[in-house]
Design a protein around this ligand. Structure first.
Ligand code: ADP
Length: 452
């Protein structure tokens, strides 16, 4: 860019200097020509009534006074040349235009070019008694004037070009500097927080800087998101391995003991067999949950416009009725038929997970109220229990994968720590939001808002 600016300025200035030089030369040459003619005429008129000096004397006077040659010719009325300062001419001069005019009107003028080098001669003749005095001056050719001036023009032109090129280099450096500054400040990794700044005098660049800033901001957020996602993935892998290992170790241990005949008592066989069964079930639900979670993350399901949330709530409650009864917990489903733009299976899972938790973390004789309503263009799903509640410092975290308030309790009742994480994913998938209200020892209410 800098080179380009310098080049353009240099070329422009050079062309301008050349054009200006030629124009100045043409103008001054025209002026000089006119002046030369006028001077010759003035001299001719001045000597038209000088009878004291001979033509030769007049020529001598002019030669000493002027530094250019003025040829003087004295012509008799019949055209005979009586005197000529430059050569002895014998030719009759009556047919020369200026001479004829001078005899007729008193003064005559002509301009004739001599063959070589484009030189021309001005003639001015005046009547002088019975004779004619003719003065002639040769105009220097345009070429020789140009040649005389060329060294000065080259010198001046050269200086102008050099000065302008130097100036253009400075200017273009100044112009390109803010861009270089911006580029220097662009390094996002080394310079993540600093705002890009340029001198106030380059205010025209502000919109560009603003755009860059906003892009940089987006990019930073994007990078942060990628980092977070990578961290979550790494943590998840570690957690999954750990969670899978625990039941498998138990199963393996008891299996080995049974195989080696270390457990013989029929009561013990029943007891350890039961443990193996429970741990396998847990393992299975863990694997199911993990699969479910990754399916939801892939976001590859169909969404139906008319999904009846109340119907799904009833179905989910029915399928958990036995579990509720076993836990001496009552379930009530209430509300109005509400249709939402949603995925039927996901919503079923959402209800199942919330109701399942409301049963699991309830108290003997407790209750669960599931309700479906509408509010402000949202379908509102609420699952409320009279259970153990959630401590304040866990409220933020229960939606994290594998997070459990009481790990051993959750394990004992078959929890995986993934249920609410699945719920959160389903809600996000439907662009909804979750609210949690819980008091320790009193109960918990989880409310989900889904846009209709
Ligand atoms: P889990 O499989 O352990 O139930 P979730 O992700 O469903 O996993 O829940 C995470 C944790 O949140 C649970 O371990 C439990 O401690 C707590 N929790 C969830 N729902 C309730 C509830 N209704 N009442 C009290 N605690 C709950």
């Amino acid at each position: 860019m800098q080179k380009r600016i310098s080049r353009v300025i240099a070329i422009t200035v050079t062309v301008a200097v050349v054009i200006f030089g030629l124009a100045a030369f043409a103008v001054s040459f025209t002026i000089y020509t006119g002046e030369a003619e006028d001077t010759l005429k003035a001299i001719a008129i001045m000597y038209s009534d000088d009878y004291e000096h001979t033509a030769e004397e007049i020529h001598q006077r002019l030669s000493t006074a002027l530094d250019y040659e003025i040829r003087v010719t004295e012509i008799a009325s019949d055209g005979t040349v009586l005197y000529d300062s430059s050569a002895s001419i014998t030719e009759n001069h009556l047919n020369r235009k200026e001479v004829r005019e001078a005899f007729e009107t008193g003064i005559g003028q002509d301009t004739r070019s001599s063959s070589t080098l484009g030189e021309i001669t001005f003639y001015c003749a005046v009547r002088h008694g019975d004779e004619v005095l003719r003065f002639a001056r040769q105009r220097t050719s345009i070429l020789s004037v140009a040649l005389g001036l060329i060294s000065i023009m080259l010198l001046v032109g050269g200086i102008i070009v050099i000065v302008s090129v130097a100036t253009s280099v400075v200017i273009s450096q100044k112009l390109t500097k803010p861009f270089a500054d911006i580029v220097k400040q662009l390094d996002i990794l080394n310079n993540p927080e600093n705002k890009i700044t340029v001198d106030a005098e380059y205010e025209e660049l502000q919109p560009i800087i603003d755009t860059i800033e906003s892009l940089r901001h987006k990019l930073r957020r994007y990078i942060q998101k990628l980092k977070d996602a990578e961290q979550i993935r790494a943590e998840f892998s570690a957690n999954v391995s750990h969670e899978l290992k625990t039941p498998l170790t138990t199963i393996k241990g008891f299996g080995e003991m049974l195989e080696n005949g270390l457990i013989t008592d029929s009561e013990d066989v029943k007891k350890y067999g039961g443990t193996i069964y429970r741990e396998s079930t847990r393992l299975l639900s863990l694997i199911n949950d993990i699969i479910r979670l990754s399916e939801i993350e892939e976001n590859d399901v169909t969404v139906n416009p008319e999904v009846d949330l109340l119907e799904i709530a009833n179905a989910a409650a029915d399928s958990l009725a036995d579990k509720a009864e076993n836990n001496s917990v009552s379930i009530t489903v209430q509300g109005e038929r509400t249709f939402a733009h949603a995925n039927q299976m996901y919503i079923g899972e959402l209800f199942a997970n919330l109701i399942d938790n409301a049963i699991k973390y309830n108290k003997q004789g407790g209750s669960v109220i599931v309700s479906v309503t509408k509010s402000d263009g949202n379908a509102v799903i609420s699952v409320k229990d009279t259970g153990i509640g959630i401590p304040d410092d866990s409220k933020e975290r229960i939606f994290e994968r594998f997070y459990r308030v009481d790990k051993s309790h959750s394990r004992a009742i078959g929890g995986t720590g993934l249920g609410l994480s699945i719920v959160k994913h389903i809600v996000n998938y439907h662009k909804g939001r979750i609210e949690l209200e819980s008091t320790l020892g009193v109960g918990t209410e989880i409310t989900v808002y889904l846009p209709m």
